[in-house]
Structure formats: structure tokens, C-alpha cells
Design a protein around this ligand. Structure first.
Ligand code: NAP
Length: 283
């Protein structure tokens, strides 16, 4: 069997078209959605991520406010800027690009963002909202993974989902979202003794580890859905995921490629959260 590809590029395009329509409706009502993006320092990868986010906003009709600061910006100055953005009604989302320079406490910065504008969904309050089933912002990568699973038409209710990885930004919120969708969820991590024992029972596997070939064909139940969050480099320096794609695609029913699977969805769900925030504030 050769699995069907879950095309994150195509799904992103569809969702971004919907986002653009919703942004246009808000703009027509005089309430254009706005996303503030803050970059501190000169990290080249961060600069690329920020540029992509700002371009995506422009394409979708979302106003972006880009604050670029030198690496020696003080923590107090950054917190003051966030307070001003919190108070600005034309700003519906605030994103501080990580990593921050060492002298700035990232936790303090994330917690300074108003929960109503925390479109990354990283704050303790946003995590608590997700955990308790309140209507907060879902972290963008797991939110995108849920959309990818949904796009296959698979009903998660009563099915077994295994998440590999338990980071606060991907693995844990992924587990909670799957639980909300009525799946039975197992979360594996580096201390899990026999990963394959768990993944072989799974109807859905989400791999979010950061190590290539973590999930191989012998670890996958025939017909399972496989979502690969990982971003790694192979021996030739090419981007690859956590999943042995060539092997697993012969066993799974659906699989996301890397690149072109989860990656494009992350920015799309950031735009979606910004629109949801703007719509809430317009009500
Ligand atoms: P992370 O914070 O490093 O977490 C990795 C997780 O994998 C940890 O929970 C770790 O367990 C677990 N792990 C490590 N080795 C393992 C093993 N041998 N077996 C089972 N679990 C193992 O990473 P992250 O931020 O969640 O990101 C994971 C991957 O996704 C990375 O490649 C990252 O680049 C990628 N990513 C992609 C996107 C995207 O948009 N496509 C977005 C975010 C992240 P412990 O907790 O026990 O250490």
C-alpha cells in the first residue's frame, strides 16, 4: 500500500483564502485585523520566520506591525512595548519571536502578553484555557496538525492517538487537542522504553521529536494516519522529518511530507488565530 499524501501546502492555501475573506469582511466594517510581530536581535533564522509571517499577513489582508529591536534592548523596554500593544484596540495578536537574547526572560515576556491577544497560545493562561476546554488560542503547530487530520475525513472519536514528544509548544497541546476530539491519547517521550509498542497500536501517530527516523515502518499499524512535525536535516543537508517517509508511506493510509506538510500550516494557524481574535473583539 502507498499512503495518500496530506498536502499541507494545498490545505494552507484553502484556509488562507478563507482567512482573507474573513479579514476583508472585518476591514469593510472598519475593523481590520492587526498582528504585532516583535523581533529582538539578529538571529538569521528568526529574521526569516518573521519575514514569512509578515508577508503572510499582507497576503491575507491582515495589518502587521513590525517592531525590530537591537539585541541590547532591555527587558523593561520590551515589557513596556507589550503593555502598549495590549492597550491598542487595533492590535488583535502579539507575537514575540523566540529565542530572545539571554538577558531577557522569555517566560516573563510571554506572560506579559494579554491572553486575549496571545495568538501563539504559549502563555500559562492560554495553556490553562486549552486544558480546561475554554475558548482560548490553540498553539499554531498542533492546531495545524488537527486541521491536517480533519482534512482526511477521519473521525478521531474512540480512536487511539499516539503523540511522540511532550514539549509545551507541540507535544502536550497536541495531546490535549486529540483528547478534546475524543481520541484515546498516549503521549510518549525520551523515557518511554518501547516506543514501537505504543505506536503500533495507534490509529494516528503525531511525531514531534526533532530526530530523524524516530518512526519507522515496523512501528506503524497498517492504515494509520501519520503526522510528521519534525524538522531535521538528512546526510545531504536536505530538510526531513522524524518519520522514515519512504518506509512508512508503504504502511500508513495517510502521511504528511516534510517539507510541505505541517510546516506551511503553522503560519496559517497563526493567521487563523489572529482573525479569531479580531472577530471576538469586533463582537
Ligand atoms: P522539543 O522541545 O525538543 O521536544 C522534543 C520532545 O521529543 C521531547 O518531549 C523529548 O522527550 C522527545 N524525545 C526526544 N527523543 C525521543 C525519543 N528517542 N523517543 C521519544 N521521544 C523523544 O521539540 P519541539 O519544539 O516539540 O519540536 C519537535 C520537532 O518539531 C523539532 O524537529 C522542531 O523543529 C519541529 N517543529 C516543527 C514545527 C513546524 O512548524 N513544522 C513547529 C514546531 C516544532 P523529553 O521531554 O523526555 O526530553
Amino acid at each position: 500500500m502507498s499512503a495518500q499524501l496530506i498536502d499541507g501546502v494545498k490545505l494552507s492555501q484553502q484556509l488562507r483564502a478563507e482567512i482573507a475573506q474573513r479579514a476583508a469582511a472585518l476591514t469593510a466594517a472598519g475593523k481590520q485585523p492587526g498582528l504585532a510581530v516583535i523581533l529582538v536581535g539578529e538571529d538569521p533564522a528568526s529574521a526569516v520566520y518573521v519575514r514569512n509571517k509578515i508577508k503572510a499577513c499582507g497576503d491575507a489582508g491582515i495589518r502587521s506591525i513590525f517592531d525590530k529591536y537591537d539585541a541590547d534592548l532591555s527587558e523593561a523596554a520590551l515589557l513596556d512595548r507589550i503593555a502598549a500593544l495590549n492597550a491598542d484596540p487595533s492590535v488583535h495578536g502579539i507575537l514575540v519571536q523566540m529565542p530572545l537574547p539571554k538577558h531577557i526572560n522569555p517566560h516573563k515576556v510571554i506572560e506579559a502578553i494579554a491572553t486575549s491577544k496571545d495568538v501563539d497560545g504559549y502563555s500559562v493562561l492560554s495553556a490553562g484555557e486549552l486544558m480546561t476546554g475554554l475558548d482560548g488560542f490553540r498553539p499554531c503547530t498542533p492546531y495545524g496538525c488537527m486541521k491536517l487530520i480533519e482534512s482526511t475525513g477521519f473521525n478521531l472519536r474512540g480512536k487511539h492517538a499516539v503523540v511522540i514528544g511532550r514539549s509545551n509548544t507541540v507535544g502536550k497541546p497536541m495531546g490535549l487537542l486529540l483528547l478534546q476530539a475524543n481520541a484515546t491519547v498516549t503521549i510518549c517521550h525520551s523515557a518511554t522504553p518501547d516506543l514501537g509498542y505504543h505506536t503500533r497500536q495507534a490509529d494516528v501517530v503525531v511525531a514531534a521529536v526533532g530526530r530523524r527516523n524516530t518512526l519507522t515502518a515496523d512501528m506503524v499499524k497498517p492504515g494509520a494516519i501519520v503526522i510528521d512535525v519534525g524538522m531535521n536535516r538528512d546526510d545531504e543537508g536536505k530538510l526531513c522529518g522524524d518519520v522514515d517517509f519512504a518506509g512508512v508511506k508503504e504502511v500508513a493510509s495517510h502521511i504528511t511530507p516534510v517539507p510541505g506538510g505541517v510546516g506551511p500550516m503553522t503560519i496559517t494557524m497563526l493567521l487563523m488565530n489572529t482573525i479569531e481574535s479580531a472577530e471576538r473583539s469586533a463582537k
